[in-house]
Design a protein around this ligand. Sequence first.
Ligand code: TRP
Length: 457
Amino acid sequence: MSTKKRVTFGSKLGVVLATVGCAVGLGNIWRFPYMTGANGGAAFLLIYFVCIICLGLPVMITEFFIGRKSRRNAAGAFKVMAPGTKWSLIGYNGVFAAFFILGFYNVVAGWTLEYIYQALTNSLSGKSAEEFQRDFTLFSSGIFRPIFWTVLFGVMTHVIIVSGVKKGIERASKIMMPLLFLFLVILCVRSVTLPDASKGLEFLFKPDFSKINSSVVLSAMGQAFFSLSIGMGCLITYSSYFGKDTNLQKTALEVTILDTLVAILAGVMIFPAVFSFGIEPTAGPELVFITLPNVFNQLPMGGLWSLIFFILLGVAALTSTISLHEVATAYVHEEYHMLRSRAALWVSVGVLILGVFSSLSMGILKEYTIFGLTFFDFLDYITAKIMLPLGGMMICIYVGFRVDRKILKAELTNEGTTPFYFFNTYAFFMKYIAPIAIGLIFLNELGLIKIIQGFFE
Ligand code: TRP
């Protein structure tokens, strides 16, 4: 495929917003609070920040480099840049990760549709915290209802993917993202003015270092990768649609800052309410869904608030599922020369099958576990904690050791027209710090470091 024919995003703002749309989603508003809650609060947050700066940012810039340089999908990019080598395995890892992530992401996105429905039928108001919890469990462990919403969400994603890249993604992001941001700010204000809110803020911002262990570190790294949409070629695919004059370093910085800001806002919105309503911060995947309705009930016209909020959350999820779907679709479409619409159909069918099983694993299939995890948790674990960091590590190793530094610098500075002041720092982190840190975190989690230590004692 020639470079000229490939569609690109329409405007500079479009580039940033579409990429923010990809990064900001359930990962920030659903996954971040529950991971923070399950991993002890502020100490987790601190490690998360370190991962964002030291690993996330360098990996993101590197993905942008690969994508815009090659102008191909995640797997095809490596075929162009390193023909005849095994580096394209990075792309395949990404394509599989896209399937697996969508396999559980659609389920949670489906939950937002249920809450939109409940807000419309006014069934969220007047309930106690216990009732919200009970009703959520009842709903999510059911059979037809959650599957119905999962499938519906999958179909919505499918339709947008088939209707084309620019129209669908760009338009949705431009309006909804700023609106979601505004809503989060207002909900934060409501949450921090609840009784006992300070306990929640303390939980989120006052680190207890005794809570840190290898699994907390792995979770924080996984969350950083998941939230920034890095490590699986999603941003390779997106940046392949960037224009020649897009400032890659600046875009990476802006996306990272906005994504992190949204996660922090979500934390400030959730934790004061968690403590105020006596909910367990360790509740897991349901945390946001059992906490937020309580906050809405404290607002005048609570039903309307929950309606608008869950619509915005649904759209944020949609801009993320689109990006994930795009990775797999672009791959099948370009590498197998299949019609785009047919490629999308295959991807959607595969994703929906996974979605049905992961939804059922919240209820009747709960007992069927893989390595002690339900199917839903398993998909989450292998993607966020293994495939994404592994992909990120390989991306850094490839560019760090196989790509000429001059070519890298030329692309990242738009042929020298936009200066990159911290280029050497970036290159050092990308080539050495990120791969070594990710490797060590893996070894640590596997318990191998302890074994090696024991060997020397
Ligand atoms: N980052 C998105 C979120 O926070 C999810 C997502 C979209 C993603 N594309 C991705 C995660 C690619 C990993 C890789 O909801």
